[in-house]
Design a protein around this ligand. Structure first.
Ligand code: IMP
Ligand code: MG
Length: 176
């Protein structure tokens, strides 16, 4: 079985939307500074592009968590695999994710970063699958709402593959 990737959102559309998100965030945080916390590995591509579109001062950090036992299904428990490098005490934090699915990862991280003393926390995600939500979690900034399909590209993987695709696609299996 080979994988065939069908484009869902083009590179141009993704890039244009990230410019809009950067503009909006820059307006909302005018006169302030932002600590972006990206969730490895998926959000890294989006976060780099987003950070370049933000015009107020930005510092960055990364966390890594594991919430998926298998390849495409959430296990419900979130484990920290890499903690923050820097303190976020008193800072305005935006957590940057590739995609919100059940919402468990961001809900967990929001609580965790509040407990670390952030002054404020917002959520920014490139993609949102609202149909799949299990916990009450709303992203403050969301690039695109998508239907319940498993997507790859722009940082997102299927079995660690396809993160480097410059567009968002859906994986289809063929009999080749
Ligand atoms: P949640 O905790 O269920 O919201 O899951 C969020 C995480 O699941 C994301 O950070 C992704 O790593 C992963 N994920 C959810 N849906 C997809 C998808 O369609 N493609 C790739 N990864 C996904
Ligand atoms: Mg992820």
């Amino acid at each position: 079985m080979a994988d065939r990737i069908v484009e869902l959102i083009s590179q141009d559309k993704v890039e244009a939307r990230i410019r809009e998100l950067g503009r909006k965030i820059s307006e909302d945080y005018a006169g302030r500074q932002i600590r972006l916390v990206g969730i490895l590995k998926g959000a890294s591509f989006f976060m780099c592009d987003l950070a370049k579109q933000i015009t107020v001062p930005v510092t960055i950090d990364f966390m890594q968590v594991s919430s998926y036992g298998g390849q495409t299904e959430s296990t419900g428990t979130v484990k920290i695999r890499k903690d923050l490098d820097e303190s976020i005490e008193g800072l305005d934090v935006i957590i940057v994710e590739d995609i919100v699915d059940s919402g468990r990862t961001l809900a967990f991280l929001g609580d965790f970063l509040k407990s670390k003393g952030a002054a404020s926390i917002r959520y920014c995600t490139l993609l949102d699958k609202p149909e799949r939500r299990v916990v009450d979690l709303k992203a403050d900034y969301a690039g695109f709402e998508i239907p319940d399909r498993f997507v790859v590209g722009y940082g997102m993987d299927y079995d660690q593959k396809y993160r480097n695709l410059p567009y968002i696609g859906v994986v289809e299996q063929t009999n080749e």
